[in-house]
Design a protein around this ligand. Structure first.
Ligand SMILES: NC(=O)c1ccc[n+]([C@@H]2O[C@H](COP(=O)([O-])OP(=O)(O)OC[C@H]3O[C@@H](n4cnc5c(N)ncnc54)[C@H](O)[C@@H]3O)[C@@H](O)[C@H]2O)c1
Length: 366
């Protein structure tokens, strides 16, 4: 029984449920038997995985803005959730250069508003708040960042995530740590990739769109390295954290890193070429390097995930090759095979991932 079956029959509130991670998490939670309640300010992309999977028919959903404190509180009171996963954010780095103020208000004030809503909870509730690896003060060193390293951020998106962390910490210390009914954890993960993402300025999305139209993909910083991981990796971490907190097996009020295996730190060029091979096209013809970097993004950021291994018995599941194959298969089903039931296909991909984790005897997958 995955996650000791604790999500079955539970009311789970997800902010950001219409986004990329939110859609995968919603699908997984429905498979686990949870009753899912979403709260998001509309559908962020066109197409969107939320719509492609017809998730609005499977869950309860409320359109709303997390910055609206009163509405956030009212929704939490109405739903009476057993679990809250907070994922809503302005999550696009390039957008933070266009709309810095919105990025700050959504990611910082929005998080404060979710914390305000948590403060009103009088029943047992487990809350997992999602930030980012970019919350760390990136000093561009070669070592992985540990949970005890400083928060920071030199660009607006990173700063907004660092500030969200500080907001969570001061709410925790000032108010929530003295609420015996609340279990709270913070989850930090890096770039995720997977089927169903259509957000702008994300390299996998650009590749899949281009390859599906027999076009080359243009890349602007081929040597940039990212610790690529499939979207299901951090989601398995979030669900494990929720489970451990719920059962009192993990310390309350702590942050955890969820990152990929070390060998998954590949360059953008490697990734685009490997996706081309998985799509079935010649990688030499699939990628064009333009070398034009339109905004400044920090070049190296790795997470040390020893804490998640030691306390949550979590480590990432997929090797790079399996991750790449799963992504190409998802988009091929959508673009080439025009599969009618993308929900079923997504469920299959989650089942494959769970089987792989069970083979590796990960605690959550037993
Ligand atoms: N995708 C990644 O590679 C990545 C990496 C690290 C961290 N994260 C973090 O994970 C979380 C989810 O990311 P994602 O990739 O699914 O993002 P996404 O952009 O796909 O989805 C964002 C979600 O938040 C909602 N949202 C945005 N502003 C809102 C507001 N003001 N009020 C209510 N809802 C709002 C959107 O409607 C959408 O449902 C975010 O906190 C993001 O910063 C993502």
């Amino acid at each position: 029984m995955a996650f000791n079956n604790i999500y079955s029959g539970k009311r789970v509130l997800l902010t950001g449920n219409t986004g990329f991670k939110g859609t995968w998490l919603t699908t997984w939670l429905t498979m686990l038997g949870a009753e899912v309640y979403g709260y998001s300010n509309g559908i962020p992309t066109k197409p969107s995985m939320f719509e492609v999977l017809h998730l609005s028919g499977r869950i309860h959903h409320r359109d709303g803005d997390i910055r609206n404190r009163e509405d956030m509180i009212a929704y939490v009171q109405e739903v009476h959730p057993d679990f809250i996963f907070h994922l809503a954010a302005q999550a696009i780095v390039s957008e933070s250069y266009v709309n810095p103020f919105d990025t700050i208000t959504t990611n910082v004030v929005g998080t404060a508003s979710v914390l305000e809503a948590i403060r009103t909870i009088t029943w047992p509730c487990t809350c997992v708040l999602i930030t980012s690896d970019k919350a760390y003060d990136n000093v561009e060193w070669i070592w992985g960042y540990r949970e005890t390293d400083a928060m920071g951020g030199k660009d607006v998106y990173s700063g907004s995530k660092g500030a969200a962390e500080l907001t969570i910490k001061c709410y925790w210390k000032s108010f929530i740590s003295s609420m015996p009914n609340i279990k709270l954890g913070v989850a930090r993960a890096g770039n995720v990739i997977g089927g169903g993402d259509w957000a702008k300025d994300r390299i996998v999305v650009d590749c899949m769109k281009a390859y599906s139209q027999h076009e080359t993909v243009e890349i602007r910083c081929p040597e940039s390295t990212r610790p690529w991981q499939h979207v299901l990796e951090p989601l398995s971490g979030y669900l494990t954290l929720g489970w451990y907190l719920f059962e009192g097996k993990s310390e309350n009020g702590e942050a955890y890193n969820f990152g990929p295996r070390a060998e998954q730190t590949k360059t953008v060029l490697d990734l685009t070429r490997d996706l081309a091979v998985a799509w079935g096209i010649n990688p030499d013809k699939a990628v064009k390097i333009t070398g034009n970097v339109p905004f400044r993004e920090a070049t190296l950021l790795k997470l040390n995930c020893d804490k998640a291994l030691a306390y949550l018995h979590w480590h990432s599941t997929y090797h790079y090759d399996l991750c790449i194959r799963a992504i190409a298969a998802w988009y091929k089903a959508y673009y080439v095979d025009k599969a009618e039931d993308m929900y079923a296909l997504t469920v299959c991909q989650i089942q494959d991932y769970m089987q792989e984790a069970a083979k590796q005897e990960l605690a959550w997958a037993r």
